[in-house]
Design a protein around this ligand. Structure first.
Ligand SMILES: Nc1ncnc2c1ncn2[C@@H]1O[C@H](COP(=O)(O)OP(=O)(O)OP(=O)(O)O)[C@@H](O)[C@H]1O
Ligand SMILES: [Mg+2]
Length: 269
């Protein structure tokens, strides 16, 4: 395992201005409320790109658009140079985009390991996924999945929880399992929706190290929705601030934290 981001992402160091993901003019409404309005942004390979903003700003909805849970009413999205605006949601993980959810969505009665194995079939029905794992045809695949899951367990230091049911884990460990499950899909782009919510300051600091490891050791690009400005400032290369469904400003963390329009947006809420 290498620790140098530049070697983990071949060509990234020479590809100044390279783009992994690009959204152009995205909008979506719910019952007449524009949750996201004309939002454009790019995510560069190897960076941590954070989205901040007051409650209801449209941050999670942007993730739901990127992961194709929702259809955009206007706008386009490109990933690795290919238009993915209309790609079905079940193909998103196969393309290399994985996500975690604002509220952890794990199988409470299953062990950490089982949750990670099911993660490989995250877009399928649970029973089908479980069945598939035991079909003879799927055995080879299962072994490979297991190897990947064990690697991720090692990487995120989850060995001690490996055989424990999710329901018995401390909250901080659950959040890490959620990230581990997404990593088992071997994404190039990992979307984290409020990874620090519910964590104490020490766990949040640990999380910042994990995020840095995920980027540096795995070469994964991270897009993160987050309220903890300390975490945002620590790990982010660039930050997009949103309010009322629209982009307010995008730039380096320090710049965005002091941006008058961003401060005004928070005060307004
Ligand atoms: N499926 C939906 N149906 C109806 N309204 C929705 C839906 N999803 C989001 N909204 C609305 O869209 C707006 C943006 O919501 P969103 O969840 O994206 O905000 P957010 O920035 O993630 O907020 P928070 O920080 O509280 O998580 C809100 O007004 C929300 O009520
Ligand atoms: Mg949200």
């Amino acid at each position: 395992m290498t620790t140098a981001a530049a070697t983990a992402i071949p060509g990234a160091e020479s590809a100044v201005g390279a783009v992994l993901f690009e959204a152009n003019g995205l909008s979506v409404s719910f019952g007449g409320i524009k949750a996201v309005r004309d939002v454009s942004f790019t995510i560069r390979p190897g960076e941590v790109f954070s989205i901040i903003g007051p409650n209801g700003a449209g941050k999670t909805t942007v993730f739901n658009l990127v992961s194709r849970f929702y259809d955009a009413e206007t706008g386009t999205m490109a990933y690795e140079g290919n238009d993915i605006t209309s790609v079905p949601t079940h193909r998103i993980a196969a393309l290399g985009i994985a996500r975690t959810f604002q509220n952890t969505e794990l199988f409470e009665h299953e062990t950490v390991l089982t949750n990670l194995l099911i993660g490989h079939h995250v877009h399928r029905h649970t029973n089908l996924a479980t069945d598939l794992l035991f079909l003879p045809r799927a055995r080879g695949q299962e072994l490979e999945f297991r190897r990947k899951a064990e690697d991720v367990i090692d990487l995120l230091d989850l060995q001690r929880y490996r055989e424990q049911p999710i329901g018995s884990l401390p909250y901080g460990a659950r959040k890490m399992v959620e990230i581990a499950r997404a990593l088992c899909l071997e994404p190039k782009l990992l979307l984290l929706d409020e990874p620090s919510s519910g964590l104490n300051p020490e766990e949040t600091e640990d999380l910042s190290f994990w995020i840095e490891d995920i980027v540096a050791d795995l070469g994964v690009t991270v897009a993160m929705v987050e309220h903890d400005m300390n975490l945002v400032a620590t790990v982010s290369d660039r930050v997009m601030a949103m309010a009322d469904g629209a982009e307010v400003a995008t730039g380096e963390p320090a710049e965005i934290q002091q941006h008058p329009d961003v401060l005004r947006a928070y005060l307004g809420h």
